[in-house]
Write a protein that binds this ligand. Structure first.
Ligand SMILES: [Zn+2]
Length: 461
């Protein structure tokens, strides 16, 4: 808590001290007091910056460099947020680095930072109403800036993108090691063509690097060559695990750059229900509308009465794995499980599904989106499961009125334009809403992609 308080204080202090205009500062302070109520939100975001700046934040440095012009930057920023809130993370990083590295710090960028935090936090399941409330303060701050535009000056920062040295793996497979020698653990195996970022030279032959999935370790430099733009296609990881230090919670955050505009990947969590329950009706809707979906099932709910549903899920899309329980027997998230406990549970579920369908599940979604990086890695490596988060959280469990929920989900899909849709096949309102949505999707030019197609595209990342 002390650390977080310090962080937010540091940010506020630099904002308050750098500006030359006292009246401007004072007004900002007044607004700053209002922020205190929502300090937790920004604390969490700044803690993410602090903790992850060396690891994840640098990972997302590609693109969106500052353009040395605040208007242009802001326009760019708005475009990015609108187009793809997940990519906002990139910008967030750039802006944050600009703030911390630049000798001249502009309060206006504080606003941008907070705004970007909000985007980031809404991606990480933070309390939605708090986010909304915080947004209102941002609007007030914006008005203030507008009225005081002439007092605000901006000193360009250097282009941050060129700072990092990137290398390509030239061996067909290359061990990422925990130390700069061969007498140590292998963290993971990288494949030919993978691009890594050099962090430092550990000794004569070894580089300390960050792999594309965020893992940090050592590679022998003899199997690396300098990355040349355009020579090797470079892709961003389709998900990241971020640790919000407020509650020390590791969140999986999904990107949907693998989807084209208009494409939707439909997913349902927490089922199946009883034989003739909502799961069955959702499956009917899929069938009637010629659509497919991934059902993230719970092993504890799979039994003789739900067998037929799992079989239908596999036929119409995929019966994926959500866990045996949700996620520990007492409903705590997976981070409270050891890797062994977790793997046993997940494997039990995967097995149950396989015995019924003769098809191996390919996708896995952690309950609440909460899972540690090493846990996810274990599932990928040991069980061959591909993690999948979401980018459109319908919050269908919280909105009981089907027509209100239908309206909200349509809004969410239209405003984002594409995405991995998260619903729950266990609720009445979700089943009814999906019936409405399915028709609407087909009639409005959206395309639901199949789990196979998703797998094909994600395997490329
Ligand atoms: Zn769930």
């Amino acid at each position: 808590m002390v650390k977080k308080t310090l962080l937010i204080l540091t940010v506020l202090i630099f904002v308050f001290t750098v500006s030359a205009q006292n009246d401007f500062d004072n007004s900002l302070k007044v607004l700053g007091n209002k922020y205190s109520k929502l300090e937790n939100i920004s604390n969490e975001a700044y803690s993410i910056f602090d903790q992850q700046s060396e690891e994840y934040l640098t990972l997302y440095v590609e693109g969106h460099a500052l353009k040395n012009n605040i208007e242009q930057d802001k326009k760019e920023l708005t475009k990015i947020i609108e187009k793809d809130p997940v990519n906002t993370f990139d910008s967030l990083k750039n802006y944050f680095q600009a703030e911390t590295r630049s000798s001249a710090r502009n309060p206006k960028y504080f606003e941008d930072l907070i705004e970007l935090n909000l985007e980031l936090l809404s991606q990480t399941r933070s309390n939605y109403s708090e986010v909304q409330e915080f947004k209102q303060y941002i609007d007030k701050l914006k008005d203030y800036y507008k009225a005081n535009e002439k007092h605000v000056s901006y000193t360009p920062t250097r282009n941050l993108v060129r700072d990092q040295e990137e290398y390509v793996v030239t061996a067909s497979s290359l061990n990422l090691r925990s130390e700069p020698n061969t007498d140590c653990d292998v963290i993971s195996v990288l494949s030919e063509g993978e691009v890594v970022v050099k962090l430092s030279q550990a000794n004569e032959n070894w580089f300390k690097v960050r792999a594309k999935n965020g893992e940090i370790g050592y590679l022998h430099k003899g199997y690396l060559k300098s990355y040349v733009e355009g020579e090797t296609p470079k892709k961003k990881p389709y998900y990241i695990v971020m640790v919000g230090t407020n509650k020390n919670t590791p969140y999986m955050v999904q990107r949907d750059t693998f989807l084209k505009h208009g494409e939707i990947l439909v997913t349902f969590d927490d089922g199946p229900t009883n034989k003739d329950g909502n799961t069955s009706l959702v499956l009917d809707t899929l069938e009637d509308n010629n659509l497919s979906a991934i059902f993230f099932a719970l092993g504890s709910k799979i039994g003789s009465s739900t067998e037929s549903l799992i079989k239908r899920e596999a036929k119409l899309g995929e019966a994926g794995v959500h866990g045996y329980y949700h996620a520990t027997p007492s409903g705590k998230s997976l981070q409270y499980y050891s890797v062994g406990e977790m793997t046993a549970d997940i494997n039990k579920t995967k097995d149950k599904i396989f015995r019924l369908t003769n098809v191996s599940s390919t996708f896995f979604r952690p309950p609440y989106g909460v899972i540690k990086r090493d846990q996810l890695k274990a599932l990928e490596n040991n069980l061959g499961l591909m993690p999948l988060g979401w980018t459109i959280d319908t919050m269908d469990w919280s909105i009981k009125d089907p027509s209100e929920l239908t309206r909200k989900v349509k809004d969410m899909i239209s405003s984002r334009g594409k995405g991995v849709l998260l619903m729950h096949d266990i609720h009445n309102q979700s089943r009814i809403t999906f019936m409405n949505i399915a028709k609407w999707i087909n009639e409005n030019g959206y395309k639901v992609i199949t789990p196979e197609e998703a797998l094909k595209r994600l395997s490329d990342y």
